[in-house]
Ligand binder design. Structure first.
Ligand code: PGA
Length: 254
């Protein structure tokens, strides 16, 4: 068994009004406050962050955001900066989710700027990588992941990489109800860990946490987490309901 503490994150995407978000975290506090076998994070929309931070006061559940700009301020209409997130108490930011890459054309170069700025500011990124169905079918999974990692991690050294959590999210599994099989996920996670070992060193590779994301549910989580290489989850749909998210967190107890 490894020493990596399981890490379960809820990516709420563009869901929940402020009132609904506060209601959800209140319910999550009832079931998850004070657990010590896993790190638990919720990532609401920007508009709900402030109120959710307030509702999480004194809780072990941590607060994250779904995106951020790399500049501290300026003429970037519609964007949110790192100091704004820090002021609210945001501990993590999801970077490079496939929906950001696909719908909003975020490139590896942009994601690299974001990662560097976030780490410099003392916040922890969850860096998402993943292949499309077409790429998997063409046997390009490893090439695609290697490019995303190499280009995303440019100028991020041994002292910075330990701030990053990687989320492996096969694009074909996100929101489709079609999760990667435990064997597929385990094999890909092992590949990613091996690559981190090559880019950095064995110690770093052993310690870095790699979440799996893509149609994780209360029913399939146990089998996935038991594979050994999966250190937790980035959960979309199933994180919107207190019962299923709680069960997913509980499944990670070693
Ligand atoms: P899903 O989303 O759990 O709804 O598939 C996962 C994600 O996009 O992070």
């Amino acid at each position: 068994m490894n020493n990596r503490k399981p890490f379960i994150s809820g990516n709420w995407k563009m869901n929940k009004t402020i009132a609904e978000a506060v209601d959800l975290v209140k319910q999550l506090r009832n079931s998850l406050d004070g657990i010590n076998y896993a790190d638990v994070l919720v990532c609401p929309t920007f508009t709900a962050l402030f109120n959710v931070a307030d509702a999480l006061s004194g809780s072990s559940i941590m607060l994250g955001a779904q995106n951020v700009h790399w500049e501290n301020s300026g003429a970037f209409t519609g964007e949110i900066s790192i100091p704004m997130l820090k002021e609210i108490g945001t501990k993590y930011v999801i970077i490079g989710h496939s929906e950001r890459r696909t719908h909003f054309k975020e490139t590896n170069e942009m994601l690299n700027k974001k990662l560097i700025a976030i780490i410099k500011a003392g916040i922890n990124p969850i860096f998402c990588i993943g292949e499309t169905l077409n790429e998997r079918e063409k046997n390009e999974t490893e090439t695609v992941l290697e490019k995303q990692l190499r280009e995303g991690l440019i100028n991020i050294g041994v002292n910075e990489i330990n701030k990053i959590t990687i989320a492996y999210e096969p694009v074909w599994a996100i929101g489709t109800g079609k999760n990667a099989t435990p064997a597929q996920a385990n094999e890909t996670h092992a590949f990613i860990r091996g690559l981190i070992g090559k880019l950095y060193n064995k110690d770093i590779a052993q310690n870095i946490r790699i979440q799996y994301g893509g149609s994780v549910t209360a029913d399939n989580c146990k089998e996935l987490i038991n594979t050994g290489e999966i250190d937790g989850f980035l959960v979309g749909g199933a994180s919107l309901k207190p019962d299923s998210f709680t069960k997913i967190v509980q499944s990670s107890q070693k």
